[in-house]
Design a protein around this ligand. Structure first.
Ligand SMILES: *Cc1c(COP(=O)(O)O)cnc(C)c1O
Length: 385
């Protein structure tokens, strides 16, 4: 018996005892909204494919054509030979959509934050991160190697207190937040964060993974209320509403030039496959040409929250708080028995004691099914009142 296997077995046992063990379930996404799991066809409310573009004919055709023309893989880092011509086009399109001078495409959203934050800040600097921001922001903050602190979720006063206490001890300071919080579906107060950033000479980074394609005519959370928030660093992913895979940063030309020469997750990682880049360009075409379609996921989420008497949804994500991890798994099973896939979200993805169902709405969910889901949740008394 090796100590390595003993270590793994003991860890697994502890997780299983606390209902925190996770295992992969083979899932076949057959079309826009349906999945097959364990031999059952289920209506999925757990995909982040908010505009159902992963299966859109025009997006698939663009990806297929890119494979035929440029091959399956990029062949090397973008800095070597992996920078196929589709990158230039996608970066121009992203910059235009986000209203910035330039953009840089990364291998994934996770890689983007793990590359951006250490490139812009170092040991002399301060990084302040919303406590509910995505795991990759926490990772980026740690990799940066300076002082990384979290502020209470969306709490401007707490953040200002931390700035008063710590800002003057550091050379540069970065404030980092999700634009749309991935497990709660609420929005960051980007205008207030931008004001504080100006006041305390900080740089503001927002992670728009769940905003691009669905908020502000598809332009993202910085455009959510029709007034552009002053966010100099807008990162995000191509893997949610854009329907494919990859990450990006939209920023000024000098910042993007620096990122392209120094961000380790860009320099030392292979460029995205041509199909992913071509698919993203086709997805952005659809978003720009059809703002009404981009507005649909939130309208669907609102139908659901109104049915359940919950506050109006402000994003396509609606959490149903359960609390206990085991109870969240049981609740998910109740919905699965009714033909719905709503995966339970447990710690450490969410704080201890806040396990939940996370319901994600997409443009093509039929209203009648949303009403049936709400009714199933109500009759199983999964919501308070
Ligand atoms: C999904 C997600 C990411 C990671 O993006 P990938 O492209 O999947 O690596 C980053 N930030 C947030 C807020 C996310 O929800």
């Amino acid at each position: 018996m090796s100590s390595l296997d003993d270590f793994a077995r003991e860890k697994l046992k502890q997780l299983r005892d606390r209902s925190l063990l996770r295992t992969l379930v083979e899932t076949t996404r057959t079309d826009d909204i349906w999945v097959v799991r364990n031999g059952r066809r289920l209506l999925s409310f757990s995909c982040n494919d908010y505009l159902n573009l992963s299966h859109h004919p025009a997006v698939k055709a663009a990806a297929t054509a890119a494979i035929e023309r440029y091959g399956v893989g990029a062949g090397a880092s973008r800095l070597v030979t992996g920078n196929h011509p589709l990158f230039t086009e996608l970066e121009a399109r992203l910059a235009r959509l986000k209203g910035t001078e330039a953009a840089c495409v990364f291998g994934s959203g996770y890689l983007a934050n793990a590359g951006i934050m250490p490139t812009l800040t170092g040991s002399a600097d301060l990084v302040l991160i919303d406590e509910l921001a995505h795991s990759c922001m926490m990772a980026g903050g740690k990799l940066a190697g300076g002082r990384a602190l979290t502020f209470r979720h969306n709490d401007i006063h707490h953040l200002e207190g931390l700035l008063k206490e710590h800002r003057s001890n550091h050379r540069h300071a970065l404030i980092a937040t999700d634009g749309v919080f991935s497990m709660d579906g609420d929005l960051a107060p980007l205008h207030a964060l931008a004001d504080l950033s100006r006041q305390y000479d900080c740089w503001l980074l927002s992670d728009d993974a769940h905003g691009i394609g669905v908020l502000g005519d598809g332009r993202g959370s910085s455009f959510a209320d029709g007034r552009k928030a002053d966010v100099p660093l807008q990162m995000g992913t191509l893997s949610k509403a854009i329907g494919g895979y990859g990450g990006y940063l939209c920023a000024s030309q000098p910042v993007i030039d620096l990122i392209k020469t120094r961000a380790r997750t860009l320099v030392y990682s292979t460029g995205l496959p041509p199909a992913s880049v071509a698919g993203a360009i086709a997805a952005i075409d659809i978003i720009e040409q059809q703002p009404d379609y981009a507005a649909r996921p939130i309208a669907k989420a609102r139908l659901f929250t109104r049915r359940l008497g919950l506050p109006d949804a402000v994003s396509p994500i609606v959490p149903i708080l359960i609390g206990d991890a085991k109870a969240a798994l049981d609740a998910s099973q109740v919905l699965e028995n009714a033909g719905f896939l709503v995966v339970a979200i447990r710690p450490p993805t969410v704080p201890d004691g806040t396990a939940r169902l996370r319901v994600a709405f997409t443009a093509l969910h039929p209203d009648a099914e949303i009403e049936r889901l709400a009714e199933t949740i109500r009759s199983a008394t999964l919501t308070p009142s």
